[in-house]
Design a protein around this ligand. Structure first.
Ligand code: NI
Length: 140
């Protein structure tokens, strides 16, 4: 695959371009219009890749829970040990006297990573959280 830059022109409504330029400006001086378009194309390719079953992905799941709530810590422990081959790392932060934050890094097939994340997010006592998935695939 060639990494040489190729120029092409894009037509779009003027007000859309003005909004895009404001978006580019918010990203700071380090990025110009072309670089931001390349970032957006890469984001779209990652989104497309991670939507396909069978794609190897990395997932970062962040959850917040009250460690006093039922036996939530034990339940989270059992789920993670049940999938130890896919759990790369878990970081636990004590936010205050009651509240814990956990960041769980997962690696595996996209459907499996989403299923484990849904199981953890659906555990009684988990107050909120979210999964971010990216691909381990090569991006130009
Ligand atoms: Ni804690």
């Amino acid at each position: 695959m060639s990494s040489e830059l190729v120029r092409f022109s894009v037509a779009m409504p003027e007000d859309l371009l003005m909004s895009f330029d404001a978006f580019v400006a918010r990203r700071g001086l380090a990025k110009n219009r072309s670089e931001v378009v390349r970032d957006l194309v890469r984001d779209a390719l990652v989104d497309d890749a991670i939507s396909l079953p069978g794609t190897e992905v990395m997932g970062t799941l962040t959850i917040v829970f009250n460690h006093h709530a039922s036996d939530v810590q034990e339940k989270l422990h059992v789920i993670q040990h049940g999938h130890f081959g896919m759990i790369v790392s878990t970081t636990h932060v004590h936010l205050d006297e009651d509240t814990c934050l956990e960041v769980i890094i997962l690696r595996g097939e996209t459907t499996d990573v989403r299923a484990i994340a849904d199981q953890i997010l659906g555990t009684k006592g988990v107050k909120n959280g979210g999964l971010v998935i990216t691909t381990t695939g090569q991006m130009v």
